[in-house]
Design a protein around this ligand. Structure first.
Ligand SMILES: [Zn+2]
Length: 81
C-alpha cells in the first residue's frame, strides 16, 4: 500500500511529464520526486522503458500495408470524434 502522496504523484506522472499540471502541482511533483526515492525510481524506469520503445519503433520499418491501415484507423477516429 502506497502512501497517499505517492499514489497522487504516480497518478499525475503522465500529466507531469507532458507539463499539463497546474504550476502549483508541477512544483509539488518536482519536490516529491526529489524527496521520494520510490516515485523517482519509478519515473526513471518508466522513462527508460519509453525511450527503448521509441528507439525500437524508429528502427522497425513498418510494412506499407500496416502503415496504411493505421492511417485509416486514425482518420476514422478523428472523423468520429
Ligand atoms: Zn512518492
Amino acid at each position: 500500500m502506497l502512501p497517499p502522496e505517492c499514489e497522487t504523484a504516480l497518478q499525475q506522472l503522465d500529466a507531469f511529464r507532458r507539463g499539463e499540471l497546474p504550476p502549483d502541482d508541477m512544483q509539488l511533483m518536482r519536490g516529491h520526486l526529489e524527496a521520494c526515492r520510490r516515485c523517482f525510481s519509478f519515473k526513471r524506469h518508466e522513462e527508460a522503458f519509453l525511450d527503448r520503445l521509441v528507439a525500437t519503433a524508429k528502427h522497425c520499418s513498418c510494412p506499407e500495408e500496416l502503415r496504411a491501415t493505421i492511417y485509416r484507423m486514425i482518420a476514422k477516429e478523428s472523423r468520429d470524434n
